[in-house]
Design a protein around this ligand. Structure first.
Ligand code: ATR
Length: 275
């Protein structure tokens, strides 16, 4: 292809998305002559939009709320991981205008965790996953794929956790929401996948005194960058990994595929995304 590559992030609403900033930074940094634009698309217009995008010269797209599940009903090809997770965040359009759907959220999570906690090992990990929404599904999928032998899962709405556990297999033990502090002595990895701890949202009622220095603690929330969970974990000597890296690393496979260049992660990019 010789045309100038164009990629979009599609959501409704879309103004909150940090993806245009991030991919715009990478386009600049790599010197690629391409464009990455936000598109506000209503659910009823999603299919028509996606079918027309290849004709307009788009190479692909990111999809965000509320389209991540719906897009699987439209895509022509779906990766195994997107199928297992039940949602896609990254689309590629091939030369025939066919839509390929992938989910890179789990990849973003695990890459960030491995870089932030180099001694962490999935095979020896006993994670407590807090939350059973879309992000949790991607994270659990990747933890199990990486070899976590067992994990504990808790969610305010327990049925949602039980449903997820049934789908993903027997190595998941579902706990009542009230049991999440009591289990801490049995785990070595704590993962918050809920919105609790985000500015303006509620706080996570975990008994932080049960955190110990041998634990790895990570949060998908990155506003603030150091959540109450991460602050309390840091004070107790845990290895802490913030959530900004998950956002950044989930974007790398798409950028590489669309623009044919591997972008890099820098402090400048982190600062830009937090600004
Ligand atoms: P995402 O795709 O970002 O994971 P989601 O699917 O809406 O978003 O999931 C949000 C998660 O945060 C869920 O686990 C949700 O719990 P419920 O399933 O009980 O709704 C959790 N969550 C959000 N607000 C919460 C709150 N105030 N207390 C406890 N859990 C909360």
């Amino acid at each position: 292809m010789t045309s100038i590559p164009v990629v979009a992030v599609i959501g409704y609403p879309i103004y909150h998305s940090k993806s245009p900033k991030m991919h715009g930074y990478w386009l600049n940094q790599t010197g690629v002559a391409g464009y990455y634009v936000p598109l506000e698309v209503k659910p009823e217009n999603l299919e028509t939009t996606l079918r027309n995008m290849p004709k307009l010269g788009f190479r692909g797209a990111n999809v965000t709320i509320p389209h991540k599940e719906q897009v699987l009903h439209i895509a022509d090809f779906i990766t195994d991981r997107a199928q297992r997770i039940g949602a896609a965040n990254t689309l590629y359009f091939d030369g025939d205008g066919k839509i390929h759907a992938d989910n890179t959220d789990g990849y973003g999570f695990i890459t960030n965790l491995k870089i932030g906690a180099p001694d962490w090992n999935a095979k020896t990990s006993v994670p407590l996953v807090i939350g059973a929404g879309g992000a949790s599904r991607a994270i659990i999928d990747t933890l199990l794929r990486e070899g976590a032998p067992k994990l504990y899962l808790t969610n305010r709405t327990k049925d949602r956790a039980s449903f997820l556990a049934e789908e993903f297999g027997q190595s998941i033990e579902v706990l009542d929401w009230e049991e999440k502090s009591g289990i801490l002595p049995k785990v070595n990895t704590v993962i918050n996948t809920t919105s609790l701890g985000m500015s303006g949202k509620g706080t996570l009622d975990l008994e932080y005194d049960r955190l110990t220095s041998s634990m790895t603690v990570t949060d998908i929330v990155y506003t603030p960058l150091e959540t109450e969970l991460l602050k309390n974990a840091r004070i107790r000597g845990c290895t802490c990994v913030d959530g900004l890296g998950m956002l950044i690393y989930q974007g790398i496979p798409g950028f590489q595929k669309w623009f044919n260049v591997l972008p890099t992660v820098s402090d400048d990019l982190r600062k830009l995304l937090l600004a």
